[in-house]
Design a protein around this ligand. Sequence first.
Ligand code: ZN
Ligand code: ZN
Length: 320
Amino acid sequence: MGEIRKDYILERYVIFSPKRAKRPRGLERKDNYIETPKEKCPFCPGNEHLTPKSILEIPKGKKWKIRSIPNKFPALKETKFYGEEGKFPFVHYRPHGYHEVLIETPEHDKRLYELSKTQIELYLKALIMRYEDLMKKKEITYVTIFKNEGKGSGASISHAHSQIIASPIFPKVIDEEMKASEKYYEEEKRCPFCDVIKYEKKKRVRIISENKEFVVLSPYAAVLPYESWIIPKRHISQISDLNGNQIRYLSSILKQLLKKYEEVFGYLSYTIVYHSFPESDFWHFHIEIYPRLKIYGGFEYFGLYINEILPEQAAKKLKF
Ligand SMILES: [Zn+2]
Ligand SMILES: [Zn+2]
């Protein structure tokens, strides 16, 4: 039997329709692999001249392990910002902002889950450094961090990388989540996500895994089949609040989770988004992972979703 579920806090609804998974070509995407030839790969050591000058290199020099560079084809670029310009119906802004690519490893063929835990820790620390630096920039109201992997996610280069876009425009998704979290906090005097962890741990059916510092679950009203969230057990609100210990546990659970996806689905396209919000009691930092097993139909453009896989099924399959 199907069911319509509401998101934990958002006014977002998902129709669960397990029967639709049986449709021909329902949930399969086999064309995920992209291959960038190593010689031409702009993210490989030795090819640094193919990219703009690095913003961050750890360690500095030819033997870097992590490198963050300005995107060669940026969506936003540093420029003078004037705020809103123009009048109805043609309101616009200068495309001010920063668009960076963070190269996760010097090794061309390694995917994020194949990196050592120490390298993943370094990757997370580098994301934090860039996040903190960009949050301080003038006119910037939000710093998005995300990663696309595989053809189905829109990635164009196979060498493992994440993207960071700092923008003067506040993202709608974060705005909605912020307002909903704040509303819950005002009524209950508790953070909604801290409560979600408590309830989900009692139910256990959507928990994929946990360690000392993090819980991985498939959310009650998952928008996509096999969607998962990584949530810190202790209340922190942004990626830069992670302490050394939490970074170690996050590195380990992220590696395990991505490895599990690989075991279950083979080479999978996915998107990872990091949901931070500057320090607050109502916002709980978390990471959302969207496997790209299907292409959106028309319904999703109305802000309504159909999911063929119940999160309980997803959690069972992904458990580790
Ligand atoms: Zn490469
Ligand atoms: Zn919390």
